[in-house]
Structures are given as structure tokens and as C-alpha cells.
Design a protein around this ligand. Structure first.
Ligand SMILES: O=C(O)[C@H](O)[C@@H](O)[C@H](O)[C@H](O)COP(=O)(O)O
Length: 259
């Protein structure tokens, strides 16, 4: 099958005074995209990260969005997950469940948590197989640009080392080009066992929001937005994120302080 060549990602950088302002804007952005995609295709596939993202999404589960969003059409996935039981304090599922999923009526059958009974390799294979099944049932589309599954929205965080999802600068998984989901057993950020979407899947998303707050991410944000890369050095994973539609950076004043 032949795929069209990628168009250049449209990137927009949105700067806000406070983290609270980021949370307010992120809720509106997500609710607006939910309406757009549900109108266009009847569902809205959202890919979550762990970390601070879930807290920054807190305004989305409040009025007016709690009532106005058509939660029944949402499909929830994770861009990366720690391979621990789903009720373990390190689980990204548990984090999202407490801070987000328990507050809105997304049908449980639309929430794609990992199989926590498997090894990291087994959990990655299982998640990829389930995505393939959703593609074969036409619940998830395939990008006609890349040939990888195309999610409507990915909400990503970033680490100070420039990682996104569980694609770390010093780990070879960041270069994976074939698999949809891969695994890592020695993540530099604890806990060590994780599964993660690969870059071809991340970069096939229609929309990506990079949600970055706090002064500890200011230097990495500068590098990611193209004016701080050390010449000759290997680009950080965060610099390799692109979307088929739009990539939006949501920054608070502290994260944007070195731009
Ligand atoms: O499982 C994880 O650890 C996350 O999905 C990870 O990719 C996270 O998004 C970044 O590390 C940023 O984390 P913070 O938002 O906590 O800085």
C-alpha cells in the first residue's frame, strides 16, 4: 500500500501566565476538539499520558464541560503505561481513573487500559493487538499518510531530559519504526517496566497537545522549540513530535521563561 508524503506539521505555541490558565485553556481546547471530531466521525479518541497531565485536565471535568461534552463517544488510550497492577500507585490508569475517568460518564468498555497480568513484552504485544482489532473493526482509522493508526488527540507531557511518552533520549525504543507499541524494562524514570506508543503512532495523530508547566522544563522547552539545540548533538525525543494536523504547545510562564 502506498502512503502519501507527510505535510509539515502546523505548530502553535500558547503561553499563559499561570498553570491555572493552562488548565482553563486546555479544557476548552479539548472540549472544542471533542465536538469537532464527534460531529465529523461520530467518536473522539483521546490518548492520555501520566504525570502532571491528569491534574492539568481538571477543568474539563467541571462545569460547563462535564455536562456539555458527549462523553459516551469518547475512547480512551494511554500513550505510555507503567507495567504494574492497575490498582498500583504507579499506574497511569489509576491516576487517570481517580482524577478524570471517575468524574465523567465514559463507557468503561471505551477505556483501553493495559493488560496488567502480562510481562512488559506481553503487555505491549497485547495492546498492539487490541489496536489492530479496533482498526479491523473500523473503530480506529489508519493514517493514509503513514499507515499507522490515527488517533484524534494525544495529550503529552515532557520530562526535563526531553522524553515524551516512555521514549527516552538514551533508549533505542525512540528509534522504533515498525511496531505500534513497544516496551522498556529499564526506564530511567521509575518505575522501570513500561509500554509505550512508538513515534510513528504518536506522529500520526490528528492533534497533539504538549502540556508543559513549571520552571524545571524551561531549558528543555527552549531546546524543543528549536532555539536551544546543541549543534551536533542527537535531537531530544521531544523535538521529534509532530502531528498530521496541529501540534499545540500549552506553556505556563515558567516553562516559557527561556524562549
Ligand atoms: O508515565 C509517565 O511517566 C508519563 O506518561 C510521562 O511520559 C510523562 O508524561 C512525562 O514524564 C512528564 O511527566 P510530568 O508531567 O510529571 O512532568
Amino acid at each position: 500500500m502506498a502512503f502519501a508524503s507527510p505535510a509539515k506539521t502546523q505548530t502553535k505555541v500558547l503561553k499563559f501566565d499561570t498553570e491555572e490558565d493552562v488548565a482553563v485553556a486546555l479544557a476548552k481546547y479539548t472540549a472544542d476538539l471533542s465536538e469537532k471530531y464527534i460531529n465529523e466521525k461520530g467518536s473522539f479518541s483521546v490518548v492520555l499520558s501520566g504525570g502532571t497531565l491528569i491534574d492539568t485536565l481538571r477543568k474539563l471535568v467541571e462545569s460547563p464541560y462535564k455536562q456539555s461534552v458527549d462523553w459516551s463517544k469518547w475512547l480512551i488510550f494511554w500513550v505510555d503505561e507503567r507495567v504494574v497492577p492497575l490498582d498500583h500507585e504507579d499506574s497511569n490508569y489509576l491516576l487517570a481513573s481517580r482524577g478524570f475517568l471517575s468524574k465523567v460518564p465514559i463507557p468503561p468498555s471505551n477505556v483501553y487500559a493495559i493488560n496488567d497480568k502480562k510481562s512488559p513484552e506481553g503487555a505491549a504485544d497485547d495492546y498492539e493487538d487490541r489496536l489492530k482489532d479496533l482498526v479491523s473493526r473500523k473503530i480506529l482509522p489508519i493514517s493514509n499518510i503513514s499507515g499507522f493508526p490515527k488517533f484524534d488527540l494525544m495529550l503529552l507531557g515532557m520530562g526535563p531530559d526531553g522524553h515524551v511518552a516512555s521514549l527516552f533520549p538514551s533508549r533505542h525504543h525512540r528509534y522504533e519504526k515498525e511496531r505500534w507499541v513497544t516496551f522498556i524494562t529499564d526506564s530511567p524514570k521509575p518505575p522501570p517496566p513500561r509500554i509505550t506508543f512508538t513515534f510513528p503512532v504518536i506522529n500520526s495523530a490528528s492533534e497533539i497537545a504538549m502540556v508543559i508547566t513549571g520552571a524545571d522544563l524551561a531549558e528543555t522547552t527552549k531546546m524543543a522549540l528549536g532555539n536551544g539545540q546543541i549543534p551536533g548533538s542527537t535531537p531530544l525525543p521531544c523535538t521529534e513530535v509532530s502531528a498530521e494536523g496541529e501540534l499545540a504547545w500549552f506553556l505556563d510562564k515558567d516553562a516559557a521563561s527561556k524562549l
